[in-house]
Design a protein around this ligand. Structure first.
Ligand code: WT7
Length: 642
């Protein structure tokens, strides 16, 4: 398998949107040589506009604007425009709850649900430019909430249900949100995960919030604050099912999504309307080769960017039938995903390497009992996919018949940037292959000098693309400093990569202090700041440790304030503390106590050394800048906690 090349089958190519390398190359060349003509044509063809733009794009690095003067609405594009076609009665969402309850929602029905809820928001006094925080389980009302906000021009920010009250609070405060949309709870591994108590806790310090709208999902006991909290259904009963979509400026912010950076404070990635919608829609055809008769399933939670772009906006704008599943992949048994594919005859399946590795580990008996022959395309996102996982995915799930699209992109890029076009591109396992049209990827060294074939360097994107983020909420300076200072005029991705002799990209991972745990971005500094908020902790250093299933896990080095501690007990307490401060997915796997941390003479923590220690339990790199070598010796002789 290693080094093997998988060309598209003639059968797949014959039916694909992009069916040959010539077609890919001519699109790609045109997109770089005549970007304004290319993107103008795409925008005209793929989206419905209330008013046409006057200028396709304006690039004043680092500021970019797309389709200036154009007016459109994302909710209109995802719903209303399909109502004028045969798709009006097509199923937009097939939803299955973890307990096994299910719903089928047609585009017409989705329209009614979204209009009704948009009217609820309107009646609470919300209007274009206001901010809504959405903190919900994976139920149909979650996309409904996004689309209702988009309909009125309310900027939404979804906070993943796994985040804690503390994380929720900082996001509400940063956005000065007027409303929080939530639920009593949701289901995970057979248990109820409550959400409303976290909202109540967060709101003790958020003056901006006047309304909390609560969906009843589980029906468990929920406290409601008079005047502030309202049940979704109760408010909705009063409202009508007609609500015109607000014509929004192409550049109006559609949503803000917080993601980890290299400091303790998450960054509010701001996406605009026209450009974002165009590229998410187009990549549904280019990369997923979406056809009208397909059942498409993206397993990501809407709390992450993958769920925004490839469970809500991209597929609905493209008129797809999407499967959405509420719960855990292994509930009640490790075959739930395969059962769902079999039951709903899924054709396109998009998931993460972490999920694939955990399935591989559980064994072939779980997929074996199910008919997976409906699948025709597989996708992967979030981290590099290792050869063993690729091979298993290809053989056992895809029956050696389905191309795998390994899609590289980021919260900041909005849409997929590097990925195969499955009817054209030959696959090499582990490589995202080639950049999509409009994506001028390049590799540079520390001085910004372009590199040749097979050299490793920093991945940059040179030309702006429509779905690129526009700024960081409340922090335009950080936007510029973080992404555009290192290589003038180019966007710095933060990833290292290599490009082979065929121009294929191989992503090597982050070059900054950002970890990737289960395909979720987590900053070392964020975990460190959480740790030092604990009364016993003096200093903390956090690094990513290679992990068989999740790619990386969180490893912490901690020095304690003076006192008598039971290290065993405190270790457990600190893990719990981080889960409470950030969210359960950030829970450290390892806490090591140490008398001092290795630092340079200028006092910077040497994370590189700590990374080496957790990876190999020894250090081989250059340590001459270390302030105290004995610190290092003590650290590396320590045994693992767990
Ligand atoms: C980082 C972005 C965008 C969806 C989910 C993550 C890594 C993402 C791949 C891939 C290798 C990948 C990169 C990137 N990454 N996809 N196909 N191959 N690495 O979004 O949280 O913004 O993280 O995920 O390191 O920079 P995100």
């Amino acid at each position: 398998m290693p080094n093997e090349i998988y060309p598209p089958s003639a059968e797949f190519a014959a039916r694909a949107h992009i069916g040959s390398m010539d077609q890919y190359r001519s699109l790609y060349q045109r997109s770089l040589n005549q970007p304004a003509e290319f993107w103008g044509e795409m925008a005209e063809r793929e989206l419905a506009w209330f008013e046409k733009w006057t200028t396709v794009f304006d690039w004043q690095p680092p500021q970019v604007r797309w389709f200036m003067g154009g007016k459109l609405n994302a909710s209109y594009n995802c719903i209303d425009r399909h109502l004028e076609t045969w798709r009006r009665n097509k199923v937009a969402l097939i939803w299955e709850g973890e307990p096994g309850d299910s719903r089928m929602i047609s585009y017409q029905e989705l329209h009614r649900l979204v209009c009704r809820f948009a009217n609820v928001l309107k009646s609470r006094g919300l209007k274009a430019g206001d901010r809504a925080i959405i903190y919900m389980p994976m139920v149909p009302e979650l996309p409904v909430a996004l689309l209702a906000c988009a309909r009125l021009g309310i900027i939404h920010s979804v906070v993943f249900g796994g985040f804690s009250a503390e994380a929720l609070k900082t996001r509400i405060q940063d956005l000065e949100a007027q409303v929080v949309i939530t639920a009593d709870g949701g289901y995970r591994r057979g248990r109820e995960i409550k959400l409303k108590p976290a909202v109540d806790e967060a709101l003790t310090e958020c003056e901006s919030v006047q309304n909390v709208i609560v969906l009843k999902r589980t029906g468990s006991e929920t406290s409601m604050r008079e005047g502030r909290d309202h049940w979704w259904d109760h408010l909705g009963r009063e409202e009508g099912e007609v609500c015109p979509a607000e014509p929004m400026d192409s550049e109006a912010p559609l949503f803000v999504l917080y993601t980890s950076g290299t400091t303790g404070k998450p960054k509010g990635i701001v996406h605009s309307t026209g450009g974002y919608l165009l590229e998410t829609t187009l990549t549904m055809k280019w990369v997923f080769d979406l056809r009208d008769e397909d059942i498409y399933w993206c397993t990501a939670d809407v709390g992450w960017v993958t769920g925004h772009s490839y469970l809500v906006y991209g597929p609905l704008s493209a008129g797809a039938t999407c499967l959405m599943y509420e719960g855990a992949p292994d509930f009640p048994q490790p075959d739930r995903f395969w059962r769902l594919i079999d039951k709903y005859r899924v054709n396109i399946f998009y998931t993460s390497p972490t999920a694939i590795r955990s399935f591989l580990k559980q064994g072939d008996q779980w997929p074996a009992g199910h008919d997976l022959s409906s699948l025709r395309l597989l996708g992967s996102v979030g981290e590099p996919i290792n050869p063993a996982a690729w091979d298993w995915y290809y053989r056992v799930i895809g029956g050696e018949r389905c191309p795998i699209v390994d899609t590289w992109w980021q919260t900041e890029t909005g849409a997929i940037m590097i990925a195969p076009m499955p009817g054209a591109t030959s696959l090499k396992p582990g490589s995202g292959t080639l950049p999509l049209p409009g994506v001028e990827a390049d590799l540079v060294d520390l001085q910004g000098k372009p590199l040749g074939a097979n050299q490793e360097g920093y991945l940059v994107l040179r030309h702006p693309w429509p779905s690129m983020f526009r700024t960081l909420w409340n922090d335009p300076q950080r936007y510029e400093d973080n992404y555009f200072k290192k290589v003038p005029g180019a966007y710095m991705t933060g990833d290292a990569a290599r490009r082979d002799e065929d121009g294929y990209y191989w992503i090597l991972g982050r070059v900054d202090d950002v970890m990737n745990v289960s395909g979720h971005r987590l900053s070392t500094m964020e975990v460190e700041s959480a740790l030092v908020r604990h009364p016993a902790v003096a200093e903390a250093a956090v690094v990513g440790k290679p992990h068989e299933i999740t790619g990386q896990s969180v490893a912490c080095f901690v020095t304690l304030k003076k006192g008598d501690y039971d290290e065993q007990q405190l270790g457990g307490e600190l893990k719990q503390w981080v889960a409470k401060e950030i969210g359960a997915f950030a829970r450290p796997e390892q806490i090591r106590f140490t008398e001092a941390l290795p630092k340079t003479r200028s006092g910077k923590i040497m994370r590189r050394l700590l990374r080496e220690i957790v990876t190999s339990n020894s250090v081989s790199g250059d340590v001459t800048t270390l302030e105290d070598l004995s610190v290092l010796a003590r650290l590396s002789s320590h045994q693992d906690e767990d």
